[in-house]
Ligand binder design. Structure first.
Ligand code: NAD
Length: 546
């Protein structure tokens, strides 16, 4: 029997962040799990129809901070596995979309509780070891943000379902929020366990079936996420996890007639390629696919002379160097008034000297390793350019060492050229570039901030003068999808700061909000007339006279 009531989902509260202070229960539990994970070798299969699929091709699972100590291996999909995954999704579709909302929703609510409870330590250990996050960075991502995505999305979707059109006498109008026809392809980045899960589960909650292609650098936490979803009751085939050759998987998924949507987060370059592929296939699809992509950033902090130097220094250090600058929202260019420059630079250098870098096992480390060799080489290349160029000087850091892991010292560059390469291009590492402007040139600097990069993801202004805050908010209206006043531009919280940027930072469909969910719905309007007319003629036709 389908449900006989309309159920109410209350506005959830954000999952509290645990402290992991010395001797805390959560720290002891986490340490036990870290030790277990480090002492065994995991064997990660593909997951199709909720079943493990092992192939004859594998790759080692590395720890970015300790590259000689492999965590295990993961299996790579061949062409048959990819088509099997698509077939499995399409077979699961009819039942999943017909399932009542509360049954679908409760899978994700239960998964949120498992993540925040029974598997908190495992999700953290997987994220810390696999993606090189310290405990705090992992806790805010793999636990709090992920549980929040699941719980808030249920609430938001229940609100959407309640939005109904008006009716008139003798007529009832309704809206049904159907899922898309076909399947959704979710291609997810390495840097947030929560983003990976959300890109898959937001469409699934809406009744869609999803192929999940995670980043190879997020395999351990992706695998745990899948296992938790299965334990929470996810039916077979609703989400199938495959990894392998990115180009082949995408080619096969995007050439299916039933491909109905891309949910992507990653670099602008890859998103552009996928968009073009979709465009090339457009005549072939049954529906026009939804394309949602959150991409790169070149996030700014604009400091006004009225700002307080200590607040600015703290925001820059946390904003630029937490998780090694590998947040799409990380500050990577800052504009400093000349009157504050000396004091700020002295303070930044003094504070940066206190930063410890190393293995995630040492809880004293603020900074860990960057994700892989490719990232290490890319970031090192930008630092070398700055070292060699007369328009730039390194005022802190600059050391890169990959003998044990992919370690890049937090690095601050000062440039005299506001269009210097490290002011414009996304580096995606712990590198911050400062440009010092003449206090009198604040208005020109606003223009510079707005026009220097192709991206428009996050940005912040620091000022105490209210008229300056007002002016900056207006002048930078399109420079950032998430704009901060006297705060670092990273650390968005689900339900509080819906996240996404415009320009070359993506389609700005705001993960963690209703706006994103609408993209996975295809509404059907139903008009029902209780007394249908039985005569075609209208009253005005009764008389010929005007
Ligand atoms: P990436 O573009 O290298 O990879 C993203 C995904 O695409 C991965 O699953 C990867 O395996 C896949 N991929 C890579 N090349 C592909 C190809 N040729 N064809 C098909 N798929 C391919 O990005 P990343 O290194 O995982 O993540 C970092 C990037 O993500 C940064 O640019 C960052 O700004 C962006 N990001 C943006 C947001 C946001 O909300 N705007 C959030 C997180 C990360």
């Amino acid at each position: 029997m389908s449900n006989t009531s309309l159920f109410h989902y209350a506005l959830p509260k954000n999952e509290p962040i645990l402290s992991y202070a010395h001797n805390s229960v959560e720290r002891k539990e986490l340490n036990k799990v870290l030790t277990t994970f480090l002492s065994q070798k995991v064997d990660i299969p593909l997951i199709i129809n909720n079943k493990p699929v092992k192939t004859n091709k594998t790759l080692p699972l590395l720890q970015p901070h300790d590259i000689k100590h492999e965590l295990g291996k993961y299996h790579l999909a061949g062409e048959t596995d990819i088509t099997n995954a698509i077939t499995s999704c399409l077979q699961a579709k009819t039942k999943w979309e017909a399932m009542s909302f509360e049954n679908r929703a409760n899978v994700f609510l239960k998964a949120a509780d498992l993540i925040a409870g029974k598997y908190r330590a495992q999700m953290n250990a997987a994220t810390m070891l696999g993606q090189s996050k310290n405990v705090y960075q992992s806790e805010i991502d793999a636990i709090c943000e992920l549980a929040d995505f699941f719980r808030f999305n249920v609430y938001f979707l229940s609100q959407i379902y309640q939005q109904q059109p008006i009716s008139s006498d003798g007529i009832l109008n309704r809206m049904e929020y159907r899922p898309l026809e076909g399947f959704v392809y979710a291609v997810t980045p390495f840097n947030f366990t929560a983003i990976g899960a959300n890109l898959v589960c937001a469409p699934a909650l809406c009744g869609n079936v999803v192929i999940w292609k995670p980043s190879p650098s997020q395999m351990l936490s992706a695998y745990w996420t899948m296992q938790i979803l299965i334990e929470a009751g996810l039916p077979e085939g609703v989400i199938n996890l495959i990894v392998g050759n990115d180009i082949i998987i995408s080619k096969i998924c995007l050439q299916q007639k039933e491909f109905s949507g891309l949910h992507f987060t990653g670099s602008t370059l890859v998103f552009n390629q996928l968009w073009k592929q979709i465009a090339d296939n457009v005549l072939f699809y049954k529906n026009y696919p939804r394309i949602v992509g959150e991409t790169g950033g070149k996030d700014f902090v604009l400091v006004h002379a009225s700002a307080q130097v200590k607040q600015v220094a703290t925001a820059l250090i946390r904003g630029a160097f937490e998780y090694q600058g590998q947040k799409c929202s990380a500050v990577s260019r800052a504009y400093i008034p000349a009157s504050m420059a000396n004091a700020l630079k002295t303070l930044l250098v003094q504070e940066c000297k206190k930063i410890k870098m190393g293995h995630i096992n040492n809880f004293g480390n603020f900074v860990n390793a960057v994700i892989n060799e490719k990232a290490f080489m890319r970031i090192e290349k930008y630092i070398t350019i700055a070292k060699k160029n007369s328009e730039a000087k390194i005022i802190f850091g600059g050391n890169c060492n990959q003998s044990k892991g992919y370690f890049i010292q937090p690095t601050i560059i000062e440039t005299t050229n506001p269009k210097f390469i490290t002011m414009q291009e996304e580096i995606f590492g712990p590198v911050l570039t400062l440009y010092v402007y003449d206090d009198k040139a604040f208005d020109d600097t606003l223009k510079l901030v707005n026009e220097t990069s192709q991206y428009a993801l996050t940005g912040a202004v620091f000022a105490t003068d209210r008229s300056i805050i007002d002016k900056a908010s207006e002048a930078l209206a399109h420079a950032a999808g998430n704009f901060y006043i006297n705060d670092k531009p990273s650390g968005a919280v689900v339900g509080q700061q819906p996240f996404g940027g415009a320009r070359k930072s993506g389609t700005n469909d705001k993960a963690g909000s209703m706006l994103n969910l609408y993209r996975w719905l295809s509404a059907r309007t139903i008009k029902e007339t209780f007394q249908p007319p039985t005569d075609f003629a209208y009253p005005y036709m009764n008389s010929k006279k005007r």
